[in-house]
Ligand binder design. Sequence first.
Ligand code: HEM
Ligand SMILES: *[C@@H]1O[C@H](CO)[C@@H](O)[C@H](O)[C@H]1NC(C)=O
Length: 334
Amino acid sequence: MASSSSSSSWALLFLALFALSNVSNGEAPSGLVMDFYKESCPQAEEIIREQVKLLYKRHKNTAFSWLRNLFHDCAVESCDASLLLDSTRKTISEKETDRSFGMRNFRYLEDIKDAVERECPGVVSCSDILVLSARDGIVSVGGPHIPLKTGRRDGRKSRADLVEKFLPDHNESISSVLEKFSAMGIDTPGLVALLGAHSVGRTHCVKLVHRLYPEVDPALNPDHVPHMLKKCYDPLPDPKSVQYVRNDRGTPMKLDNNYYVNILENKGLLMVDHELAHDPRTRPYVKKMAKSQDYFFQHFSRAIALLSENNPLTGEQGEIRRHCNLANKRFSED
Ligand code: HEM
Ligand SMILES: *[C@@H]1O[C@H](CO)[C@@H](O)[C@H](O)[C@H]1NC(C)=O
């Protein structure tokens, strides 16, 4: 009796030590780890970094796309690169839904994937490439370097039907936005920091004309209105035409805290941007981030890491896609 109970307590002790050692190795409950490809493709992260830099030199806006991709992929149930899948005969893809309006540069992500595949065929997932390109894109536009875990695997299905459930619309209430982010473990300062991504890039007039016509939204800063009207001269813009306003007129190519200064001055373009500065739950953080770029970056880094770890596929789940826009063919090994 005594000996069997002591051997089971030894077993328990070993289990506890094993669990502890995993924690100290940085293994998260998500199953992701730092430098997952250390042995299987040691040069993976460097290749991605180089490709992101090269692409940024040629097309600055690729960096904005990598950042927006992270939100649109990870917030829709899982960071599984389902965002990148093409529509099929039977289903329409996430990237072709209305919430994905204006998303661009997907073909350049394939260039990154191809560069990685040349060195390590079939090893590095599109979801990790999506996440790491966002991390390196953030650095390109002057943001912080954020250490992020890897080991995600790729989903096989695009979930256009779920996009509206998970991704807030441009005019959604702050309550609903807070709820959607808190379901991913992202708190209020985390949400406020992530929306700082709107300090780069553009917004198409189709998402803005309801604030300009038939009459101008009185909440808009009157000094900003002439510029918006000039860019969005058409009350019913053709969705295919490239009419847009830059998100941050001051420093449109830099990820910085100017976004918070803008929204406090009622120069936020989207309704959510405007509300963020005026809702009593978010306003205090908006003010702090407007004052301190460090404070913004600190919460931004934390929240990007949380977003990037939302519900990934790991281990034997999913697959490593050969091409990011297509699920692998089943039952054919080569
Ligand atoms: C309440 C949440 C959010 C809403 C409703 C929202 C909505 C939008 C809309 C409508 C656009 C304009 C797209 C266009 O017209 O081309 C946009 C652009 C953008 N969003 Fe968001 N967004 C949200 C959160 C985020 C987050 C969390 C990130 C990243 C962390 C992000 C990154 C971006 C970027 C980088 C752009 C510019 C893209 C470009 O210029 O190509 N957004 N967003
Ligand atoms: C938000 O805007 C969309 C059009 O983009 C519109 O269909 C919807 O009714 C608006 N929702 C609210 C709550 O105003």
